[in-house]
Design a protein around this ligand. Structure first.
Ligand SMILES: [Cu+2]
Length: 143
């Protein structure tokens, strides 16, 4: 009996240790706000807001992700820097790392997203002003 009890204790301690080790990772992932969906306005603090849309319904291949930023008066703003890291949350080998959105002539921020296989995809967006992070959000889609 004492032997199995101490085994159990060991297991509990091990489990607690693993949980504690996993927590910081969880906290980091949780810092990306889940985005409400295409065309829906998202506030970036009190000074800016944005909406995102895909150029066409995401399918296999490259689809363009468009982000439009507005200031607090609703006027288009192009002073932020936006990056997107796209990949499949269930497998890390597709992750592109932070890629910078490019501004087009209309002042839209554009990023090509290369969907190479069916399944669940996500793009992690980071908005920066003068290299300071203002907002992190994650959008998800399935194809
Ligand atoms: Cu995959």
């Amino acid at each position: 009996m004492p032997t199995s009890c101490s085994r159990l204790l060991q297991l509990v301690l091990l489990a607690a240790f693993c949980l504690a080790a996993a927590l910081p990772l969880r906290a980091e992932e949780a810092s990306y706000e889940p985005l409400p969906g295409e065309g829906k306005k998202v506030a970036i603090g009190s000074d800016y807001s944005f909406v995102y849309n895909f150029a066409k319904k995401p399918a296999l291949g490259i689809t363009i992700l468009k982000v439009e930023v507005a200031d607090k008066d609703g006027k288009q703003d192009t002073s932020l820097k936006i990056t997107g890291d796209s990949g499949m949350p269930s497998m890390s080998h597709h992750d592109t790392g932070e890629q910078e959105f490019k501004l087009n002539k209309k002042g839209d921020y554009l990023l090509p997203v290369d969907v190479v296989m069916p399944g669940g995809w996500a793009v992690k967006l980071v908005f920066r002003k003068d290299d300071k992070v203002l907002y992190r959000g994650i959008l998800k889609f399935d194809i």
